[in-house]
Design a protein around this ligand. Structure first.
Ligand code: ADP
Length: 255
């Protein structure tokens, strides 16, 4: 058959997942995990059943942002994903991969194995949108995900100081290779507004994102400013309470 649709891992027969969206970035620290979390929260607020598969081992950001800790209920039919306060189902490689000091050569294949297990052995019974927080860069784990799981689209997260044009080219190349559409780009840390004078500061320089989106015919899904409350919401497990309309245009793009 057609290679592009021969995914190596079947999902659990009980599962029903309508849309799978991979979140990628060129490097760490641009806010990929926080954006994945906010997207999940936005879709949940709209009433959808939402899941996050955290495949990023660079830090347990997702469990922390939602205040969900490693306790995976099991049943005789498989693992059940822990739920956040608002009912978002969360699985994290960081629940299972506890030894952060393992050499990277061990971690790579183990991450891949865990991701496959998440697809096969976790009961995702009725999910409208699953967001996968992928490791930064074109790591092994991302390739595993794209080869093993039917991903419906990719969202790229960048920040203004990124080498955006290179990241976008790489993302497009990977997406084309895997035959997955790029849904769009979200620029994070775009500006900071001073509480006192109301002035907007472009801390990381002026963004080039508009030009790049035009050049590659990719949609700019939204821009998020630097907001200290976002960082503290992540730190305290309260991301579900975030306020801000920066990503309100995204749900339409996910249809
Ligand atoms: P990545 O997943 O790309 O490595 P994270 O989502 O973990 O990045 O974000 C890195 C750090 O920056 C976190 O502490 C997060 O809370 C903070 N952060 C990300 N985006 C913002 C933002 N727009 N405003 C304030 N803090 C942010």
């Amino acid at each position: 058959g057609d290679n592009k649709t021969d995914f190596s891992v079947e999902t659990n027969e009980l599962n029903h997942i309508k849309k799978v969206i991979g979140i990628i970035s060129g490097k760490g620290g641009v806010g990929k995990s926080i954006v994945a979390s906010m997207l999940a929260v936005i879709m949940r607020r709209k009433g959808y059943n939402v899941a996050i598969m955290d495949a990023d081992v660079t830090g347990p950001s997702i469990p922390k942002a939602f205040g969900v800790h490693e306790c995976i209920p099991t049943s005789d039919i498989g693992m059940l994903p822990p739920k956040s306060k608002t009912g978002i189902e969360i699985m994290s490689v960081n629940f299972l991969l506890d030894n952060e000091t393992d050499p990277i050569v061990w971690r790579g294949p183990r991450i891949s194995a865990i991701i496959k297990q998440f697809w096969k052995d976790v009961i995702w019974q009725d999910i409208d949108y699953m967001f996968i927080d992928l490791p930064p860069g074109t790591a092994d784990a991302s390739l595993t995900v794209f080869q093993s799981i039917k991903v419906d689209g990719i969202i790229v997260v960048t920040s203004p100081q990124d080498l955006v044009s290179m990241i976008v080219s790489k993302a497009i190349k990977m997406a084309n290779m895997m035959d997955i559409p790029i849904i769009g780009i979200i620029e994070n840390m775009s500006w900071f507004t001073c509480d006192f004078c109301g002035k907007k500061y472009h801390i990381f320089g002026e963004s080039k994102i508009d030009d790049i989106c035009k050049e590659h015919n990719i949609r700019l899904l939204g821009r998020i400013p630097i907001v200290p409350e976002l960082a503290s919401a992540c730190d305290s497990g309260e991301i579900e309470n975030f306020k801000g309309d920066w990503l309100d245009g995204v749900p339409d793009a996910l249809d």
